[in-house]
Structures are given as structure tokens and as C-alpha cells.
Design a protein around this ligand. Structure first.
Ligand code: SF4
Length: 417
């Protein structure tokens, strides 16, 4: 490969298939492709990814964070930079007329630093300001492509604040981007400044691409609301036929948990699909994600919101489903109407035509701090309303056989009731 082709080659950004991937991947993909980057997603989780991730992390880290490290490692040598967002805030939260601060769990907020330090990676900022960073990156690519002429010794990549030679050139640069959507265009400006260190593009182009990416993200969220899994939704966005919903003679069942646990087929042994195959209409928090009135009703069970964004969605959805069940309009794929919301708000009980859920399954990770609060709310409410509850805790030792045995036993118990 000549020097020119190194310069004209599109940079590849690696996206780990873990944590935020399940919530915002369509937006990220659209943004990267629209700005002229290639992207590569790590393979679905498997035993090798779990083992690699475990070797990089401390033993009390939760399993989603461990496997995130494994996914990052599997992208080494396959991409030039890594998309590693630092999720800080996504929305302003109102509860009972008061405004609350809502953020992410500390492992999310510290993720870029944890990964960078435990895996020895550099951030894009360490390469210096925009033009210098682009030069350093090209030099790094030439090193990797073996384009250094014999006898010419390349200087190591300049690192701010760090002495010693450049790090292993096989390792991608970290795009450590703070995401705070309550600051709207301020966040977009910061994202632009990070990405423009890799490749120049104009601000109008960024804005138009962002608007398009938001539209794709909204479509993704609406299709999740129709009961499709993230994998099915991505296939539909890419042009595949929308899959038929299988028959659900056994009625609605709530399966709540973070998206990176529920939809990772290795971690929770495909729990959503397994209940669907048994004939249940599975309701996850991500199916109610955009049903704001339903989540607001669930939130009223709590005296005040939790601090964590994903935990609030999981908890509010679980509480709503247990307390009110599902309205005919929700079962038909629509959101809770304003009239239905006001009716439940005034009477604090389900309507005459609502369908109660059969039971609730809470999928959680061992050593997850926020889930200690979510689990308690769900447990107390399930006990008070006499709803069967199963807590499915997963960690790196959980085997598929153990999870399946518990699912079978829970289904048998539901069917006997
Ligand atoms: S919310 Fe829990 S499972 Fe998710 S990253 Fe934080 S500690 Fe881990």
C-alpha cells in the first residue's frame, strides 16, 4: 500500500457490541458513516470474549463491564479508533413537578478511563490538536502497514503528558466522547471536535448527518416498542422484511433488565426469545421505552426517582406492568392514551379491560449496585400485588443449562397457577 492510499483510506472505527450498543447503535452508525468513516462491530459475546474481559478487570466489576473489555480486545488490529462513549446525561427528569438529576452508574461514566488504563490505550486527545493528530495518525497507519522505507527510523507517536516511546501501534486510539444530551448542540460540538482530529468535515455536514441519525434512532426505538429485538430492528432498518410476531396464547409476561443483559444472547441465554417460544407475550422495559405516560405512572410508585437513567426505565416499566397490566391499545402496539393515563392517575388502579401480566422476571448482574435498589422496589411491589417474581442473576460463571433450568421451573409454576 502506498503512502497515498494510506492517506486516502477511510478510517475504521470499532464499536464494541456491549453496554450502550443495544440502546444507541443506529445513531452512532449513521453518524460515523455519514461523516465518512468505516465502522466495524465486534462479534457477538462468546466464552473467549468473557474470558478475555475477565482477565483485564477487577473481580468485583459487573459482568457487562467485563465483557466490554473482551469486546474491545477483539477489535484490536481490526480498527484505527474505538468508539468509547462516556454517557453522562441523556434527559432532564421531572417527577411530581420537581426537577431531578439523573445520570449513569459510575462504571458507565468512568468506562473510557477504566478501559484505557487497564488495556494501555491512548486517547485521541493525547495525539495533540486537530492537524497534528491527523499527521500522527497517518504516521501510525504507515507503521502498521509496513510502509516505512528500510533504514528510516520512525519517531514514536507524540504523547502529551507521557514520557517514553509510543504505545503498541496495533492498538486503536480511544475516542473518549462525553455524551450529555441535556446540553444539546454543545455535546454535538464536542463530538465534532473529537472526530475532526481523525478526519476533517464541515460543521453543516455534521449537523445534517446528526439530524438524519436522530431520525434513524427514532425509528429504532419505535420498532423496539413494537416488540422486535435490537437484532431484528437493525435487519428491518437495513431493508429486511419485518418478522411476524409468533402467537402468544399464554398472555403477557414482564421480563425486565438492562438492554445489554436482556439482548446479549450469551449472557442471559436468550431469555426473551425463550419465553416468546413458550407462548408468552414478553414485555421488556425497552418495549415501553417511548411510552412516556406508562413510565410516568410507574415512576409514581416511587417517592423520588433513582439517580441512574437505565435503572429508572427498568424500574418504572416493571412497576407499571405489575400495577396496571396492559391496556387493549398497548396490546395492539400503541402507546397509552392521554385519557387512559388520566383515568389511572385519578383512580390509581387498572381499567376494567386491562390485561394483568402473568409474572415478572428481573434479569440482573451480580455486583450491580443500582440493581440493589431496582430489585427491592420490584420485589416489594410483586409481594404486595401477589405477582410471581423470578430474579435471574448472571455472572461470568453462569452456564446456559443453569439459566434454562430456572426458566423451565418458573414457566411450570406459572402454568400451574
Ligand atoms: S448499571 Fe449495573 S450492570 Fe450496568 S454497568 Fe452499572 S453496575 Fe454494571
Amino acid at each position: 500500500m502506498s503512502t497515498d492510499s494510506v492517506q486516502s483510506r477511510r478510517l475504521t472505527i470499532g464499536v464494541p457490541r456491549a453496554l450502550d450498543y443495544y440502546a444507541h447503535f443506529p445513531l452512532v452508525r449513521e453518524l460515523l458513516v455519514g461523516l465518512g468513516f468505516d465502522y466495524v462491530v465486534s462479534e457477538p459475546t462468546n466464552r473467549a470474549v468473557v474470558d478475555a474481559g475477565t482477565s483485564y478487570t477487577v473481580s468485583d466489576a459487573c459482568i457487562p463491564v467485563k465483557i466490554f473489555h473482551g469486546h474491545v480486545e477483539s477489535l484490536f488490529g481490526r480498527c484505527d479508533a474505538l468508539y468509547l462513549p462516556r454517557l453522562v446525561k441523556l434527559r432532564r427528569l421531572k417527577h411530581d413537578g420537581r426537577s431531578f438529576r439523573e445520570t449513569f452508574c459510575p462504571k458507565f461514566i468512568g468506562l473510557p478511563d477504566i478501559v484505557r488504563n487497564s488495556m494501555g490505550l491512548e486517547t485521541i486527545e493525547q495525539l495533540g490538536p486537530a492537524a497534528r493528530a491527523r499527521r500522527a495518525l497517518r504516521r501510525r497507519l504507515r507503521l502498521r502497514e509496513g510502509e516505512v522505507a528500510p533504514g528510516v527510523r520512525e519517531l514514536p507517536v507524540v504523547q502529551r503528558g507521557q514520557g517514553g516511546p509510543g504505545l503498541d501501534t496495533d492498538r486503536p486510539i480511544v475516542l473518549d466522547i462525553d455524551i450529555d444530551l441535556t446540553k444539546r448542540l454543545g455535546t454535538l460540538y464536542r463530538v465534532a471536535n473529537q472526530l475532526r482530529r481523525l478526519r476533517f468535515f464541515s460543521y453543516p455536514r455534521l449537523y445534517l448527518t446528526y439530524r438524519r441519525a436522530l431520525r434513524v434512532q427514532r425509528r429504532y426505538e419505535n420498532l423496539l416498542g413494537a416488540g422486535l429485538s435490537p437484532r431484528e430492528v437493525l435487519a428491518v432498518i437495513d431493508g429486511a422484511e419485518r418478522p411476524e410476531r409468533p402467537p402468544t396464547p399464554r398472555g403477557p409476561l414482564a421480563v425486565v433488565g438492562y438492554p445489554y443483559l436482556l439482548y446479549d444472547r450469551f449472557l442471559a441465554a436468550g431469555v426473551v426469545e425463550r419465553f416468546t417460544k413458550r407462548g408468552y407475550d414478553v414485555w421488556t422495559p425497552w418495549r415501553l421505552w417511548k411510552d412516556k405516560r406508562a413510565l410516568a405512572l410507574g415512576a409514581r410508585v416511587k417517592s423520588r426517582p433513582l439517580f441512574w437513567h437505565f435503572s429508572n426505565i427498568v424500574c418504572d416499566a416493571g412497576l407499571y406492568l405489575m400495577r396496571y397490566g396492559l391496556t387493549p391499545e398497548q396490546l395492539a402496539g400503541e402507546r397509552l392514551s392521554r385519557r387512559g393515563y388520566l383515568y389511572r392517575l385519578a383512580r390509581k388502579r387498572p381499567g376494567a379491560h386491562d390485561t394483568p401480566i402473568r409474572g415478572l422476571v428481573h434479569v440482573t448482574s451480580a455486583t450491580c449496585g443500582p440493581d440493589a435498589f431496582v430489585g427491592k422496589y420490584l420485589e416489594l411491589t410483586a409481594k404486595r400485588l401477589d405477582i410471581p417474581l423470578m430474579v435471574l442473576q448472571v455472572d461470568e460463571q453462569s452456564g446456559e443449562a443453569g439459566v434454562l433450568t430456572r426458566l423451565e421451573a418458573f414457566c411450570d409454576m406459572l402454568e400451574r397457577r
